[in-house]
Design a protein around this ligand. Structure first.
Ligand SMILES: [Zn+2]
Length: 138
């Protein structure tokens, strides 16, 4: 029972974070679409845990905190927000990198989970007007 309540609480917190993050069309009006390809690794003999592709659209929430797939990891995950904000600022189409989960919990080692990511962004050519308008705003 208690764990179910915790889960609900966790989901509610996550939904709130999502809502707070706003929508891509508002936050990043030049972005028409985004695809994030990730490979999850964990600290094991066969290190590839899973591969995942996440698609974002202008109406998607600008929430780029991807959860850690390791059971029992508390407050972990991979927050790509800063990386993506910089990528959009620099108008880069593709960036690649890696990140390790900062989550800690009991006996989880520091290197329990890492990802390789590739972020592909398509920029809209039509929203130049909108972007110009935005710079006018203080
Ligand atoms: Zn983790």
């Amino acid at each position: 029972m208690a764990s179910k309540q915790n889960y609900v609480k966790k989901m509610e917190a996550k939904n709130q974070q999502r809502t707070d993050a706003g929508v891509i069309a508002d936050r990043f009006p030049t972005v028409e679409g985004m695809v994030i390809n990730m490979t999850y690794y964990h600290n094991a003999e066969n290190p590839i845990l899973m591969q995942r592709t996440v698609n974002f659209f202008p109406e998607s929430h600008a929430f780029f905190n991807l959860e850690c797939m390791i059971k029992g990891c508390e407050k972990g995950g991979f927050d790509l927000k800063r990386i993506i904000s910089k990528q959009i600022k620099d108008k880069k189409k593709v960036i690649r990198g890696e990140m390790s989960c900062k989550g800690k919990s009991g006996d989880l080692p520091a290197n329990h989970s890492t990802i390789d990511y590739e972020i592909n962004i398509t920029y809209s050519t039509k929203s130049r007007k909108k972007a110009a308008k935005k710079t006018k705003k203080k």
